[in-house]
Design a protein around this ligand. Sequence first.
Ligand code: NAD
Length: 301
Amino acid sequence: MSDGGEVVGLDNLNAYYDPALKHARLARLRQHDGFSFHRLDLTDQHGMQALFAKHRFRQVVHLAAQAGVRYSIDAPQQYISSNIAGFCTLLECCVQNGVRHLLYASSSSVYGDTEETPFSEKDAADRPRSLYAATKRAGELLAYSHACIHGLPSTGIRYFTVYGPWGRPDMAAMTFAEDLRAERPLKVFGDGRQRRAFTYIDDAVMGTLAILERGAPARQPAAALYNLGSDQDVELLEFIRILAREMRCEYEIEFHPEPPGEMRATLPDISAMRRDLGFEPGTELKQGLREFARWFREYCG
Ligand SMILES: NC(=O)c1ccc[n+]([C@@H]2O[C@H](COP(=O)([O-])OP(=O)(O)OC[C@H]3O[C@@H](n4cnc5c(N)ncnc54)[C@H](O)[C@@H]3O)[C@@H](O)[C@H]2O)c1
């Protein structure tokens, strides 16, 4: 787009959360020359094959997924369908059309019951605590096997708790902001001492673009994995305190039992991203939440 290239977007615009937000993001993307959009489901094999045959993509950035840890308890099939069957369709299309590099979103949740933090890409990641995490790990394994069998180069990005303007409404920043605005008590699951690497969206984008620009992994099999997250270790209660201050709101907390699937701490070792890509997550939480609060006032009123 800004470099004169063409970007083709794909999404089924499902109603997991209010599609109005998805349409509003899309309206912004459509303002860019070189951007076009297809409403398509990843599991629609014919539609996907036609799209790939038409555009002959060189690089594919695959972020579409059924996300969310808690919802995977209620709707497991949706995760299997989008994150495993849909991802497999995408992998096959990449192979058949000679895609030179596939970037895909994985998740910090794959570390599950890994005991030591920070999590390293060298950890086994074989004890997922939720079905969502299991499907994300399955995606990594499918990508690896496609690198071995078909030589499809890929890089999986394990994102850590991304927040910021235009973010998902089921994540902490948005749910707490809604409650603060409505002067409702904030629902915290567990004791609020769970630790996260809250990663500002611009840092997540910067890291993703760095991987895209570097190109396919050199080593064989060409299937790389990177942790992408902030290196600030923050308790949920601290996140709430800063958000409330940035939104200039008083608040009360209502504690609820921790649901199954939650992790106590998700903190990344980002030395590989630093070493290979010069990645430096520069956004302080206070600054990121200020930007988020400004967007929330404008967009959500
Ligand atoms: N936001 C985070 O903190 C975070 C952390 C770790 C990993 N991730 C991963 O990053 C990616 C993006 O996450 P997000 O927070 O922007 O989620 P999101 O739900 O806002 O975006 C995912 C998009 O995929 C689309 N989609 C879902 N199933 C589809 C299908 N079968 N066919 C076509 N489109 C489909 C949805 O409509 C949605 O717009 C996901 O793969 C997610 O698992 C996100």
